[in-house]
Design a protein around this ligand. Structure first.
Ligand code: ATP
Ligand code: MG
Length: 568
């Protein structure tokens, strides 16, 4: 049974998709005893949310069917690759909760084998060295509507190609001077089969092999052979490789490879308001639009982590969107829903005042015993926290007005409000500074209202959050909005950079947090009551100077839409 829609996947998360069906059949028929998959990133950037989907598919299927998944760097383009990316990718995969079987693998560790197979192809009249310049080669290649023409070098003797290939390897020629091409069919309707390039000259050092090579295999000449060497059974990639599959199969058929992997394609995951191309993400980093690859506004795994996303939420989201045979765009609100749901259940509560306004209680003792409050309204296992209390508090400036109509369910002069986890108070007066701005609110504490309604029957209209002045800790709080203002920043003709949201980051320098929040470990998650979900920054947070990043607001736009489905 094939599952086709994302909505179907959501209602039955563990339901079948076409990959599960294929694997089930292969195991049933005895084609394989155990499946081997691989996640094959090119180390030319940080992983993003689309890669998380690929990781969850490859590692997830292996886990589910009792097989194994390899982590293999597809490092055949040394110019754009680096050790930093190799390390970040491993960290991100592990953080998502997956472990690869065996060592980290590298395409580059098979270079010598690829070269031997290149010789094999030439010896069997299946490949040749071509001397056409890149411009000439393009001309010979034909177009989608016209067949290509054979290169004049196509029929040169194998011995000549072998000699030239060896000399290419020895560094005798300049970049672009010669290439090794497969001899397939210049008239094929599939452009990938028109004598594709197998090796090109690149005079660059490689992060793994150093100066050992100046010729590098193309993606096509490397990928299937890597799979075959590793005994990969199901080589799962995204749809853009569908047209490469005939070439993948041609190479497997024409080479003495140790196993016969098969390639399967699924639709790329894209989310709205997001770019997920490493090139574009790199541009955001290089141009200083964001603070780095792990900026909390980035859709990278490292960025999502720093933003306060959890591995569980990302994995759940990847399962919810399903795995289909077509590309699509998923509403980013669905990802936001996944993290909000997780944090609502698991994040302890705390109070943070973003725009502090002093509140003086006329009748509270200067010294008051600390109050206690549950860390979570329905999770007793998360315990309690101590909440210092005194006659000097701070509330949020936006929670007080001298006058207001009935819709304003916060503190108004002459009216009552409940302080969250504490007493009911009544505002009686304000103090103003020279400029006329309110500097403090004077209020009375209504005795006997800790967890009780006022005895006089006059109930407060709302609840506001607060911190105690003497114990609150000044904190930096970063509020985030989407990085792009357009739902499809890179899918029209306009430059995606023209859709940057100028207000994607607001830094609140002088917020105040209750002591329990300041004491949090980096990467601890909280719901700041009435504000949203926040995480202690993994790089900069300390007890002395707390730094929190907003993960997501409280209001669930996705659930608000009735959960009728993404558009994938
Ligand atoms: P980008 O276009 O962002 O540079 P890529 O495809 O070049 O991505 P790779 O490092 O080659 O990135 O990808 C590793 C694996 O992740 C590949 O199998 C690829 O198909 C998969 N992948 C990349 N982007 C997505 C996506 N948006 N959705 C699902 N899988 C993806
Ligand atoms: Mg790629």
């Amino acid at each position: 049974m094939e599952s086709t829609t994302a909505a179907g996947e959501r209602s039955a998360p563990a339901s079948n998709n076409f990959l599960r069906s294929i694997i089930t059949d292969d195991l049933k028929s005895g084609r394989y005893e155990r499946i081997v998959t691989r996640f094959p990133p090119e180390p030319n950037g940080y992983l993003h949310i689309g890669h998380a989907k690929s990781i969850s598919v490859n590692f997830g299927l292996a886990e589910e069917f009792g097989g194994v998944c390899h982590l293999r760097f597809d490092d055949t383009n040394p110019e754009k690759e680096s050790q930093e990316f190799i390390e970040s990718i491993q960290e991100d995969v592990r953080w998502l909760g997956y472990e690869w079987a065996g060592p980290v693998r590298y395409a580059s560790s098979y270079f010598e084998q690829f070269y031997a197979w290149a010789i094999h192809l030439v010896e069997h009249d299946k490949a040749y060295v071509c001397d056409l310049s890149p411009d000439e080669a393009r001309e010979y290649r034909g177009t989608l509507t016209e067949p290509g023409r054979n290169s004049p070098y196509r029929d040169r003797p194998a011995s000549e190609s072998l000699d030239l290939l060896r000399r290419m390897r020895d560094g005798e020629f300049a970049e672009g001077e010669r290439v090794l091409r497969a001899k397939i069919d210049m008239a094929s309707p599939n452009m990938n089969l028109r004598d594709p390039i197998l090796y090109r000259i690149r005079r660059v050092a490689h992060h793994q092999t150093g100066d050992a090579w100046c010729i590098y295999p193309t993606y096509d000449f490397a990928h299937g052979q890597e799979d075959a060497i590793e005994g990969v059974t199901h080589s799962i990639c995204t749809l853009e490789f569908e047209d490469h599959r005939p070439l993948y199969e041609w190479l497997i058929e024409n080479l003495p490879v140790p196993s016969r992997p098969r390639q399967y394609e699924f639709g790329r995951l894209n989310t709205s308001y997001t770019v997920t191309s490493k090139r574009k993400l790199k541009q955001l980093v290089d141009e200083g639009i964001v603070a780095g690859w792990d900026d909390p506004r980035m859709p990278t795994i490292a960025g999502l982590r720093r933003r306060g996303y959890t591995p569980a939420a990302i994995r759940h989201f990847c399962e919810m969107v399903g795995t289909s045979r077509s590309d699509g765009v998923v509403d980013v609100a669905m990802l936001e829903h996944a993290i909000r749901d997780d944090l609502n259940q698991n994040a302890p509560r705390g109070m943070c005042v973003l725009r502090p306004l002093r509140l003086k209680l006329r009748n509270a003792p200067a010294q008051h015993l600390p109050l206690r409050a549950p860390a979570h309204p329905s999770r007793d296992d998360l315990g309690e926290r101590e909440l210092p209390f005194s006659g000097e508090l701070y509330i949020d400036r936006e929670d007080f007005r001298e006058e207001a109509n009935k819709k304003f369910k916060r503190l108004v002069l002459g009216k009552r409000v409940r302080l969250r986890n504490a007493y009911v108070i009544e505002a009686v007066d304000v103090e103003k500074d020279e400029s006329g701005e309110i500097a403090a609110v004077i209020a009375d504490l209504i005795e006997g209202t800790l967890g009780e309604d006022p005895a006089d029957g006059i109930k407060p209209k709302g609840v506001i959050h607060w911190v105690e002045a003497g114990s609150a800790v000044p904190a930096t709080v970063r509020l985030y909005d989407r990085l792009f203002t357009d739902p499809a920043p890179d899918r029209g003709s306009a430059d995606f950079m023209s859709f940057l949201n100028a207000e994607s980051l607001t830094v609140v320098e002088h917020a105040l947090v209750e002591p329990a929040l300041a004491a949090a470990a980096p990467e601890a998650h909280f719901q700041f009551e009435r504000e949203g979900y926040f995480v202690a920054d993994r790089q900069e947070h300390s007890a002395e100077h707390p730094v929190f990043n907003e993960t997501i607001g409280l209001r669930d736009v996705w659930a608000g839409k009735g959960n009728t489905g993404g558009s994938q």
